[in-house]
Design a protein around this ligand. Structure first.
Ligand code: MLT
Length: 264
């Protein structure tokens, strides 16, 4: 596993193939994409990595900004010498992807936004983030994870795949409190990419779980409608974590989009 500037990166498949960079969600890590990598790595050079403060990537001083997360994506592209990679981000990873594409969309061959939004935090969301940090400071990361993780999946997932969910919770609790707080502040301070959406001119796909409580279908549909070249797909029987909850559906959607727009 290469480590560039402290970032833990995983590469899968041949460098000869078109590249796809995957960005995971908040309080998860690069393994969130395991099922997608298994399905895509024969045809695409897949790069996943642990965003700063999450997974194996050290939190450092915990002082992150959305711009510094975007810098990391461009650093990876440069280190690997990638030609027009596709970028695929979920939720927090999607915030990073929106801003990354806004900065220089000509760098990319395609963009995929899963269970995310292009708008910045409104006051209510800012206060929620302040409260999250307070909870971590006063009650510990474990309490925050116990409150947060259930909002990321559908009720069906928690009931029917309780052991899998318990593993996700365990893993998230073993993370860095400093890293989680750093990511929280970076999300709170991110810019708004809503006005940029009509300017996107690369093939774009938006995916949303039909039961996503954090970035609901109607909001994502509206986001897709602002992007001239966007396709929009709803994943049935899933909450916010579509790649984990319904991997087969997500794999088919990704494969068909990438085969059409990102081959050769
Ligand atoms: C995520 O899943 O990455 C988070 O829900 C994003 C957020 O807190 O805004």
């Amino acid at each position: 596993m290469p480590v560039y500037h402290g970032l833990h990166i995983n590469e899968h498949g041949s460098r000869e193939n078109p590249a796809v960079i995957f960005l995971h969600g908040f309080c998860f890590d690069s393994s969130m994409w395991d099922e997608q990598i298994a399905a895509l790595q024969d045809d695409f050079f897949c790069i996943t990595y642990d965003i700063r403060g999450m997974g194996k990537t050290d939190a450092g001083d915990g002082q992150f900004t959305m711009e510094s997360f975007v810098d990391d994506v461009y650093m990876i592209i440069e280190e690997y010498g990638l030609e027009k990679p596709a970028i695929c981000g979920l939720s927090m990873g999607g915030y990073i992807a929106f801003r990354t594409v806004e900065r220089a969309q000509e760098t990319f061959g395609a963009a995929i936004f899963c269970d995310t939004r292009a708008t910045a935090d409104k006051n209510e969301a800012k206060l929620k983030r302040a409260n999250a940090i307070k909870t971590i400071n006063h009650e510990g990361l474990g309490t925050f994870i116990d409150n947060f993780l259930p909002t990321t999946v559908s009720d069906g997932f928690m009931e029917e795949r309780a052991e899998e969910f318990a593993n996700l919770v365990r893993k998230a609790k073993s993370g860095s409190a400093l890293g989680v707080k750093g990511c929280t502040l970076a999300m709170q301070g991110r810019t708004d990419t809503w006005d940029f959406l009509p300017e996107i001119n690369i093939p774009t796909l938006l995916i949303c779980g039909e039961e996503d409580a954090l970035s609901p279908v109607e909001e994502m549909r509206e986001t897709a409608e602002r992007i001239p070249c966007a396709e929009f797909k709803v994943v049935s029987g899933s909450g916010h974590m579509t790649p984990i909850e319904q991997p087969q559906q997500v794999n088919e959607i990704l494969k068909s989009f990438l085969d059409k727009h990102h081959k050769g």
